[in-house]
Design a protein around this ligand. Sequence first.
Ligand code: SAM
Length: 234
Amino acid sequence: MLDALTRGANATPLAAYIPVDIAREHLLIAARAIADAYPDLDVLPVCADFTAPFDLPPVKKSAGRRVIYFPGSTIGNFGPRAAANLLGGMAAECGPDGGVLIGVDLQKDPHLLHAAYDDSAGVTRDFNLNLLARINRELGGDFRIDHFRHHAFYQPRHGRVEMHLISLADQSVHVGPTRFRFREGESIRTECSYKYTLGGFRDLAGRAGLDVRRVWTDDRRLFSVQYLTPAGQP
Ligand SMILES: C[S@@+](CC[C@H](N)C(=O)[O-])C[C@H]1O[C@@H](n2cnc3c(N)ncnc32)[C@H](O)[C@@H]1O
């Protein structure tokens, strides 16, 4: 995206690029790499939780419109109400003349979703089980990771993929001083990833005061990138 904005015939002078992420170390490494690759661009990283209000740093060059870029399909990790709140916050933050460029994963054949969230290489399985390793490491847990298995499925009623960790035995686990008992087959729901129709996302954006102005999809309509502006913008 930065290439398209900074190079070539349609280059748009950018006042600054402000990457926001909660993971400080990863954010600072990525921001440094971007600053090195685009020496004329002011890169001003902000370590913050984007679900809560936070301050943006002052920008030296004068800015035209403010565009919030929310790539990937992170919006899908929020339930409908939280997603509408987050989009509403973006509408307020970008201001009446700004916009939101956002990635939105689309509803598709559940077989494709199952293959993505339960891949044969086991990448998503390892990602999911890693939560238990992190609880052990960071919260003083004693999960036996081989006593749980990854399970992911598409739940059509909610239009979402659910990821679970299923207990393979009757067991009890401590996290710090707290004991949790699991029966064999009992599950921990670790993640939801909502998939939208174009109409469904238009309605969600509308509830947050945003109009969908442009939609780009791949040929198979598996994924979309959408440009939204606050309602009423000409
Ligand atoms: C799955 S990654 C997606 C990264 C990127 N959007 C992409 O498409 O490649 C999610 C990113 O969002 C960050 N993140 C998740 N929740 C966050 C929050 N509440 N506030 C700020 N950053 C958050 C994570 O640290 C991670 O870098």
